[in-house]
Design a protein around this ligand. Structure first.
Ligand SMILES: [Zn+2]
Ligand SMILES: [Zn+2]
Length: 204
């Protein structure tokens, strides 16, 4: 049998531990209690076995979840920052605004595009959709324009069709022609000069 003195001591140990964590007992301790109902300083209440509490130094399970989530969030933020920087982009979303991998973040891809994408998609390796479309489909107009200029052709239409298209131009002699973009680009780059045949031109 446990003596009243033992229970008093047990209660003191319990109260001391609870106080050390900044919490309180919701229901006052009674000799013979094996469970305690506790409240943490965040206001969560829970019931736990006193022997576990004191032996394992456990505390509020709700707070533990919050701390775990916070740690995960910090880790994913650091990873996100690293990945964006590695690709030459900038995070516009701040640390304070960041709310986990399921939420959207705003990123400047570094080539003038702003994207709003979930952090998880970036962490999985996705990147700016505009950059991808541009590079896959079309050569930027500036590049096309530069190639025509180098060859000495004056474009009569905006160079927005990429290189796999014909453009109306005026050549050095003042003739209006239609000429393939890729031919002009190859010529301008000075590549494979011997292999290039004379392009199909139509004088108008
Ligand atoms: Zn709590
Ligand atoms: Zn981009």
């Amino acid at each position: 049998m446990r003596t009243p003195k033992w229970y008093k001591k047990h209660e003191n140990i319990l109260l001391k531990y609870v106080a050390s964590r900044g919490g309180e007992l919701v229901v006052p301790y009674q000799p013979g209690d094996t469970f305690a109902t506790l409240r943490c300083k965040e206001g969560h209440t829970w019931k736990t076995r006193i022997s576990n509490l004191l032996a394992c130094k456990t505390w509020c399970p709700e707070c533990a979840k919050v701390i775990k989530a916070q740690k995960r969030k910090n880790a994913s933020w650091r990873k996100l920052q690293k990945m964006v920087a590695n690709r030459g982009g900038t995070l516009i979303t701040t640390r304070e605004e960041y709310d986990g991998t399921n939420k959207k973040v705003r990123i400047d891809c570094g080539k003038g595009h702003i994207m709003d994408v979930t952090a998880s998609s970036i962490l999985q390796g996705r990147w700016c959709g505009l950059c991808r479309t541009k590079w896959k489909r079309k050569t930027p107009p500036k590049v096309v324009e530069r190639a025509f200029k180098k060859i000495g052709y004056t474009l009569l239409e905006p160079p927005t069709k990429g290189l796999k298209a014909r453009y109306k131009v005026i050549d050095k002699k003042g003739n209006v022609k239609e000429i393939w973009g890729f031919w002009v680009k190859e010529r301008a780059d000075g590549m494979k000069k011997k292999r290039i045949r004379k392009p199909a031109e139509t004088t108008q």
